[in-house]
Design a binder for this molecule. Sequence first.
Ligand code: AMP
Ligand code: MG
Length: 330
Amino acid sequence: MFKTLIIISLFLLTACSSPADVQDTRFIMGTLVKFTVVKGGHDQDDVEAAISSAANEMQRIEDMFTIYGKHPNAVKSFNASMPNTPIVLPDEVNQLLERSLSIQQQSNGAFSPVLGAVNLLWGFSGEHPPSAPPSADAIRVAMPAAHCIKKQPDGSGLHKWSRTHANCQLDFGAIAKGYAIDQGIKILKAHGMQHAIINAGGDIRLIGKHGERAWHIGIRHPRKQGDVVEALNLQGDVSIVTSGDYERFFIYKGKRYHHLINPETGWPATSAQSATIIASSATLADAWSTALFVQGQQGIKLQNHLQQKVLLIDHNGKIYGSLKPNPDSH
Ligand code: AMP
Ligand code: MG
């Protein structure tokens, strides 16, 4: 009776919600964010208050990191700053930037936090989704150098950063949602919630169990709508994130163009259809799923080294890896 099947990318196979759950859905970070908390011994009001606090925290993170919309924030200020002129970034932006630069380096540039100008040019996350690619010239002009951000040594403890040229623009689109999920879970825990799941458009972190059972998660097939590539029973504290070319895309002259950009070319990456990662936090799973998508099969070795579980579906639809727990791990 507790069994709910939660499908990555909001594709729900069956959803028998339980009276012991409190659920709420909000629109945050351009996607539907679904909160499910097992009520346990808590009052309904307390659980609802916990979910509201978590949602507010996730909205705060969106406001802090987004490069879209009119509200000013430090990331937009940085992106508009004079090249080679250091500006101070808030602690939290500084920390996510440091983590992003480290993953950029580890992933050999497959994950790049400085594609803001290129991503804005493609426009997948803008108000009016695109229906044709930009010109090759426009992409060339928007492309940043890979290592165009410089940290300013500063004895004062302030985090000062500069960019080498105008095309060097931050975009945390591939990591901020994971970070927001982690913060959301942190808030739920601080309110005493021990069994919960936050599903932000298919990017998931779950804690505890779903009643007597594990949480039941399905990974959607990137091409066959309604099909599940892998069904999983997960419990404890698990972050599982997918990057897929079916999330934001258009077909132009028979070819698919999507929002996951190869930082070497400025064009959509062509190695994969979807990449799912289980990592120790949603922040890491989010960033690495994007990186693995760009790297394709070549990225699997690195994931094995990082001891992160992967499920990769390459450009031909061939499946690599499995997210299932090892039989001897329990
Ligand atoms: P995700 O859905 O988490 O894979 O993130 C995709 C979003 O991250 C895009 O909408 C862009 O804003 C940004 N992005 C696209 N390509 C990359 C890349 N190679 N590295 C980092 N961020 C990217
Ligand atoms: Mg990502």
